[in-house]
Ligand binder design. Structure first.
Ligand code: SF4
Length: 343
């Protein structure tokens, strides 16, 4: 009788989606795809991945790029820290490992932004190493397959999941085996309506045998997202097509490293002060923007100000609508600019 491993590989060969990063064994390209796929849907990632690799086709090309160029290719994907860590990581590979992603698992795990999951994905897919991966999809499949009834995130659950994944990956085609597990979680063993009748593991699945598919995996207790009230100031100079907007960089805790409008908790004057910007503020907000991050709900009052006379600001710079396209600007900043009619 076929083993779980064999069933997974046969199913993956037949049903696995043809995705751009599945057509390569280049560890750099796999690294980029894995970082982009964290917290982000496959359909969203595909155009970003293709654009990113066409601008930075090699690890060296990315290492030599400046941060603004890298972030501008990430603009809209969110979780910008991932991009900065990827950039730092490839620079370290150039400096320390002669521009070749290390085959040694320990060395890979020591790179900025590479945790156990990303290291395992690169190791198994690019280097054919028997290294496990456990992400959200794999956790769900393994929890159901082995009927793991302790909450996700608990130490004992994490340990058990990694042990099961490490056991399964041993053998031929470890990269495909890992991808098969991830694919099964993404397309068949989905969170709310798993298609058990189409699953290659239905006769092995202990949750299915015990009628516990709907209750597994056990979710961790979630904290309610924190509500945060902010004031953002869109300070502009000029009119019509010549209108320029002040953006600042570096001192915004929520989006450090990206360009954004000055913001502060509740008070637009504090936002201008912190940015070192002298501008005539219109006292009433012109609108409100809601933005949801993983652990925070942001409610932002948007103010406008005229910065006609201001020529310099701490960390700040004037941008034309065209020059805005060249730098990393978060989705939130786009929303705020749109609210103020600056695009
Ligand atoms: S049988 Fe159902 S619950 Fe079990 S692994 Fe397959 S899809 Fe998931």
């Amino acid at each position: 009788m076929a083993s779980v491993r064999e069933k997974l590989l046969t199913w993956f060969d037949r049903e696995g989606r043809d995705l751009p990063w599945r057509r390569t064994r280049d560890p750099y390209a796999i690294w980029v795809s894995e970082v982009m796929l964290q917290q982000t849907r496959v359909e969203t990632v595909i155009p970003y991945y293709e654009r990113f690799l066409s601008s930075f086709p090699t690890l060296k090309a990315l290492a030599e790029a400046d941060e603004d160029a890298v972030l501008s290719h990430w603009s809209g994907l969110g979780y910008y820290r991932r991009a900065r860590l990827l950039h730092r990581g490839v620079r370290e590979v150039v400096a320390e490992y002669g521009s070749a992603v290390p085959e040694d698992a320990e060395a890979r795990r020591g790179l900025p932004g590479i945790g156990r999951y990303t290291a395992g994905a690169i190791g198994s897919i690019a280097f054919d190493k028997e290294e496990p991966v456990v992400d959200g999809n794999v956790s769900r499949v393994l929890s159901r397959l082995f009927r793991i009834d302790t909450p996700l995130g608990a130490n004992e659950t994490t340990k058990r999941l990694w042990n099961e994944a490490a056991r399964l990956v041993l053998g031929e085609r470890p990269g495909d085996l890992n991808q098969a597990l991830m694919e099964l979680g993404a397309t068949v063993c989905t969170p709310t309506s798993p298609r058990c009748q189409a699953c290659p593991l239905s006769t092995d699945c202990r949750a299915l045998a015990h009628d516990e598919v709907a209750s597994l995996p056990i979710k961790p207790a979630r904290k309610a997202p924190k509500q945060v009230e902010l004031a953002a100031v869109v300070a502009t100079r000029g009119r019509g097509a010549d209108r320029m907007v002040w953006l600042i960089k570096g001192d915004q805790p929520l989006f450090g490293g990206l360009w954004g409008v000055p913001m502060a908790h509740g008070d637009p004057r504090a936002a201008l002060r912190q940015a070192g910007l002298q501008a005539r503020l219109r006292i009433a907000p012109i609108g409100q923007v809601d933005h949801v991050l993983t652990h925070r709900h942001l409610r932002i009052d948007v103010f406008v100000a005229s910065a006609a006379k201001c020529t310099a600001s701490k960390n700040g710079q004037l941008f034309t609508p065209q020059s805005l396209q060249q730098v990393g600007v978060s989705t939130l900043t786009h929303k705020i600019l749109q609210c103020a009619n600056v695009r």
